[in-house]
Write a protein that binds this ligand. Structure first.
Ligand code: ZN
Length: 282
């Protein structure tokens, strides 16, 4: 079964306290909610976590946590890597507090490094992260390494699949909006690529990882360097379209969690995806 949900606050929820968002999701048949901790662990995280649990758990809404966006494992500086690992471990702490096992992490950016060096540094640092997770007995949590949308950022599909080999807890978060922007319209222009990408995942991942696949979906404006800004499903220029993604997930029988990250309409847009999916399975 594919589940659908939203990240953050849509326009309609801009002034709604987190305690009201769980019932809103339930009334609107939104299955999942992704909570971003944009600037790291909030000061009063336990109180916030309690509120989130009370808001979502009674409705059985699946929760995930997005770690801070600025994590960078392609950094050669050991001190910086220590802080990056800290962002991940504090996101795990918060995920534990809200009883979630999904933490979404950005692998980073090559900046002024050569790609090949950035990749090997990233792998080295992900091994360090793995060691920290082993040493702290972090079991039953999954770190989702996300495909990123700017060309100089780390995280093509192939790179992410390689990174996921480092640890049993590392799983891809396929952000199809990002995949479209970093290849300047790949999925919009050639929707058959959805199936190719998902097949690649199916062939490379063990079943327990494939069955926990996490997907971000939004339409995103791009320029020559890749991602510029998230937009909404009303966009028809940049894309990509979601229907062929759902067709491919169904065809390959992959039970993903799909989180919509539209700019302000993520609730409504996630429902468009869910309605399309329901129209196919009925
Ligand atoms: Zn992200």
């Amino acid at each position: 079964m594919i589940k659908f949900g939203m990240a953050g606050r849509s326009n309609l929820l801009e002034d709604v306290d987190i305690s009201g968002i769980g019932s809103y999701c339930s009334e609107n048949k939104i299955d999942l909610y992704e909570y971003p901790i944009v600037r790291g662990l909030p000061l009063y995280h336990q109180q916030i976590a309690d509120k989130i649990k009370k808001a979502f758990k009674p409705y059985n809404i699946g929760l995930s946590v997005h770690a801070p966006y600025y994590t960078n494992f392609a950094n050669p500086d050991p001190e910086k890597i220590e802080s990056n690992i800290g962002y991940v471990t504090s996101s795990i702490l918060f995920a534990n507090e809200i009883e979630s096992d999904r933490i979404i992490v950005h692998p980073g950016s090559q900046r002024d490094l050569e790609r090949i060096d950035a990749i090997s540094i990233t792998h080295k640092n992900l091994h360090k992260l793995k060691q920290v997770l082993d040493d702290s007995n972090s079991e039953g949590v999954y770190i989702y390494l996300e495909t990123l949308g700017i060309i100089r950022q780390m995280g093509t599909v192939e790179e992410i699949l390689d990174m996921c080999m480092v640890d049993k807890r590392f799983i891809p978060c396929l952000d199809f909006g990002h995949i479209n922007t970093r290849y300047l319209g790949l999925l919009k222009n050639d929707p058959a690529q959805y199936e190719n990408i998902l097949k690649l995942c199916k062939d490379s991942l063990p079943e327990n990882k494939l069955n926990r696949l996490h997907i971000h979906f939004s339409k995103i404006i791009y320029g020559p360097k890749g991602e510029r800004a998230h937009t909404t499903f009303a966009d028809d220029t940049y894309g990509p379209d979601f229907e062929p993604m759902i067709d491919a997930l169904l065809k390959l029988n992959i039970p993903a969690h799909v989180i919509c990250e539209s700019a302000g309409t993520q609730d409504i847009d996630s429902l468009s995806m869910k309605n399309y999916y329901n129209s196919l399975i009925r």
